[in-house]
Design a protein around this ligand. Structure first.
Ligand SMILES: Cc1cc2nc3c(=O)[nH]c(=O)nc-3n(C[C@H](O)[C@H](O)[C@H](O)COP(=O)(O)OP(=O)(O)OC[C@H]3O[C@@H](n4cnc5c(N)ncnc54)[C@H](O)[C@@H]3O)c2cc1C
Length: 441
């Protein structure tokens, strides 16, 4: 018997499953199904004390530790060691007076959005309601209304984290660990809760318009022009999506490659104008704008909720020309593997500095260009070559990459993800908080 099978603390409130126990799947799988964790022990924590017990156990036995919430951002599987699963810690409490929410480690975006909406407030949430608040925020967090409200990590107020020594710490402004956690997503501990600032928000005008990719030469210049001229109230993005020819898919888009233009506007007028400009150049196959409460903001991107194996890469670019956007889309459409492209306008409040030290890099980027494929369609090397070809037309204006949007096993370096000063900050924090590399950096 190994130590992991014997002396785990008996007072853990959640569950402790060891390899071989009933209920511990061969790999521990969330939304991302590629390269699952294969731990010796999974601690499904109910509270911070459970997390402390798990980390102390791992530290005492020199075991590696990883943390999983929803698996949306899962990269490399843990081989052996202790996996802390936070999915049962979903508490959210909102203080309407200070407009701050305390969010437990396993809460999803939808949990926070619902709790905040009861007070006329909203977080700087992203496109998908199922994403974990903690993973999203630690990776910077590009919200649908980021141009108006900044990065989600700009609104981080406090982090409760169990570090490699098994101590639960509260860190906030003035602490280097806090700065690193604002966008640097350092793997140096298990965050048990975060406190985040909320913004007052009523109904917005938003939605997604599906247009035929055959009209790309007319639609894409409009999207780019709308994005460049957008007021900060307006979020603009376009997806290029090969829609499968499957039963249940709405007939107008079934089996076609579509351009999915997503607009969201706290004011409304600019989104309506953009919709009219798009309708003038190409018939809308499906979708449109409407007034909606933030609790329905997931309908804007309307991303599929089916777990699968995927890999994705992105670049943050200083500028985007019509020719470059056209070439990105053409490369995706001619690739030997199905490529979903997502191009989002940045700028506005996303470009302004945070109110203190943080780890978001390349704030000056004007756009982010992403490409994503299902794993297994073609060999990984072929898929990665296709992704490189899709991003090649913007190579000259590339500043770096955003960690939160690197998916699966996509190879990426710290140099690509973080500015030199941020890399130095992350190195200092790793050395101070997890010198043995228990969390893998
Ligand atoms: C469909 C989809 C839509 C998305 N939309 C957006 C978007 O609009 N904007 C955006 O910015 N991002 C978006 N993302 C990216 C998403 O924010 C990241 O993948 C994020 O890491 C997901 O966090 P998670 O907790 O859900 O995933 P998990 O895979 O459970 O966690 C991802 C990583 O976050 C870290 N982490 C999670 N919990 C903890 C914890 N308690 N303590 C320490 N570290 C932790 C770990 O490094 C972990 O490996 C999207 C992803 C998907 C799949």
């Amino acid at each position: 018997m190994t130590s992991t099978e014997t002396d785990f603390p008996a007072d853990v409130r959640g569950s402790v499953l060891r390899r071989g126990d009933d209920g511990l799947p061969d790999g521990v799988v969330g939304f991302q199904t590629a390269d699952p964790h294969r731990p010796d022990v999974v601690v499904s924590a109910l509270d911070a004390d459970d997390v402390v017990a798990a980390v102390r156990h791992a530290a005492a036995h020199h075991l590696p530790v990883a943390v999983t919430a929803t698996g949306h951002g899962h990269m490399t599987g843990l081989a052996g060691g202790v996996l802390v699963a936070t999915g049962r810690m979903r508490g959210v409490s909102v203080d309407p007076a200070s407009r701050v929410a305390r969010v437990e480690a396993g809460a999803r975006s939808a949990d926070l959005v619902a709790a905040a909406a009861g007070h006329g407030l909203a977080p700087v949430s992203g496109s998908f309601p199922g994403v974990g608040v903690v993973g999203y925020t630690l990776g910077g967090g590009l919200g649908l209304l980021g141009r108006e409200s900044g990065w989600a990590s700009d609104r981080l107020r406090e982090v409760e984290i169990v570090t490699a020594d098994g101590v639960l710490r509260r860190v906030g402004p003035g602490d280097e660990l806090f700065a690193a956690l604002r966008g640097g997503r350092p793997a140096v501990g298990v965050v048990t809760a975060v406190s985040v600032g909320l913004v007052p928000l009523g109904p917005v005008v938003g939605g997604g318009l599906f247009l035929d990719a055959a009209d790309a030469d007319r639609v894409l210049p409009v999207v780019r022009r709308v994005g460049e001229a957008a007021p900060e109230s307006l979020g603009v993005s376009v997806g290029v999506i090969p829609i499968p020819d499957l039963e249940g898919v709405p007939a107008p888009i079934r089996g076609r490659t579509v351009l999915h233009v997503r607009l969201v506007d706290t004011d409304g007028a600019a989104a309506r104008e953009a919709e009219a400009a798009l309708r003038a150049v190409s018939p809308v196959l499906l979708g449109g704008l409407r007034e909606l409460p933030w609790t329905e903001s997931g309908s804007i991107f309307a991303e599929p909720e089916v777990p699968h194996a995927y890999e994705g890469m992105n670049v943050l670019v200083s500028s985007l020309s019509d020719a470059a956007l056209d070439a990105v889309v053409a490369a995706a459409r001619s690739a030997s593997v199905g490529c979903v492209v997502d191009v989002r306008r940045l700028g506005g409040a996303l470009s302004r500095p945070a109110d203190g030290p943080d780890a978001v890099s390349f704030r000056e980027a004007g756009w982010i260009v992403r490409v994503l494929s299902s794993r297994g369609e073609v060999p990984d090397a072929e898929m990665r070559a296709a992704h490189a070809a899709v991003l090649a037309p913007v190579a000259e204006v590339t500043l770096g990459r955003m960690a939160g949007f690197v998916y699966g096993g996509a190879p990426v370096s710290d140099e690509e993800l973080y500015a030199p000063s941020v890399r130095a900050l992350l190195a200092r924090v790793r050395e101070a908080v997890d010198p043995r590399g228990m969390f893998g950096g």
